[in-house]
Design a protein around this ligand. Sequence first.
Ligand SMILES: NC(=O)c1ccc[n+]([C@@H]2O[C@H](COP(=O)([O-])OP(=O)(O)OC[C@H]3O[C@@H](n4cnc5c(N)ncnc54)[C@H](O)[C@@H]3O)[C@@H](O)[C@H]2O)c1
Length: 428
Amino acid sequence: MAAERLEQVFQMDTSGIKVGRGATREVGADMARLGARRVMVLTDPGLAGGATVATVTAALRAAGLDAALYDRVRVEPTDASFAEAIAFAAAGRFDGFVAVGGGSTMDTAKAANLYATWPAALLTYVNPPIGAGAPVPGPLKPLIAIPTTAGTGSETTGVAIFDLEAMHAKTGIAHRALRPALGIIDADNTRTMPPMVAACSGLDVLSHALESYTALPYHRRPAATEPGLRPAYQGANPISDIWSAQAIAMLSGHLQRAVDDPTDDEAREQMLLASAFAGIGFGNAGVHLPHGMSYPVSGMVRSFVAAGYPADRPLIPHGMSVILNAPSVFRWAAAADPARHLEAARMLGADPRGAAAEDAGTILADTLIGIMRRVGMPSGLAAVGFSEADVPALVEGTLPQHRVTKLAPRPAAADDLAALFRGAMRYW
Ligand SMILES: NC(=O)c1ccc[n+]([C@@H]2O[C@H](COP(=O)([O-])OP(=O)(O)OC[C@H]3O[C@@H](n4cnc5c(N)ncnc54)[C@H](O)[C@@H]3O)[C@@H](O)[C@H]2O)c1
């Protein structure tokens, strides 16, 4: 049998980024420069009456643009909520989009833009094997993404995630064309985040950075059969490493401060920047098992509700569903590259000098558990409603997430995943 040809090429892409407090007021001029006249502004109901949305609509109108507000984004979007936003976008014939919110809003805006521009059945562009994974046929309308959490990094990525309700798991669309034309990184917009939203979205940044830094290297993936089919999530590479490592280092001093004190402008600025840095890292390298395993965790929620999040339905916030898996995964995955996992622990404040390679996983896992405890996370999957009896269904929901599971530093079969879920049930 001929040996599989391995990848030799990687590509880096990101959105344009504008950084600074008050930069949101420039969105009208930015959108006019991008050529739009009729703009759909998306947000979620909790943010609709807030200062950032008011600033954005005023700035667009001051630049002579029409701004139509869509404030029905669902927090943790679903196929149905995407469809509703797509219908609004298609009816409005917009030539520009602005997203004001967290990942839920930015991802909904990407989907609205995609399907209004290139109409198709929802699963057409969704990642295989869940969807058909068709490449986006051409350019989309300009999207400006204004994050209000720190955060998903979605302002820099070509990824849109949603819960496919029939499957009880999240999936997504990933294509470079979905990337916003511009991300506006303005820490004035994160000041009102409730502490639990700051903690969950901040731990999402941490896991993005750690997963992309430790993902399978790009040159150990099978080669793309043609350039257009090379995935955005292409494995760790020398450029993504720089962004991911820097994000890890920035988090260590600032996550706790930003959660404890929303008036700490410096901490919030650093967290928002770290979120974008991690976005550039993982948007080109990918994430792996903590994210892949989080998709059934959030999809199979029964009764958990988190402070600071909508209370009208059970919901495990995305960042929480990710970080609850992370110590268990890294404890196991570190054997693939102990030096890199020790380096990550060092950047997070551990002192791994003299540590043996076989201790790398425990050292990184313990460092993460310490951070989770300090920012008020539950003690593991059991604390958000799961038990041993759920492990087979959790594994089944993870196995089809090829886009991310195939980037695990070590190959993870069903038995491995079952052991990882068991290891994530209770940390303290
Ligand atoms: N596209 C990507 O690359 C990517 C990456 C990571 C996560 N995601 C997705 O993003 C979603 C999670 O996004 P998120 O963590 O940013 O949160 P979110 O958008 O789901 O918002 C969470 C809650 O915080 C509130 N909120 C947000 N900003 C606020 C502010 N400044 N003040 C007051 N309240 C505020 C919202 O109203 C909402 O109730 C998930 O669906 C996840 O799968 C996408």
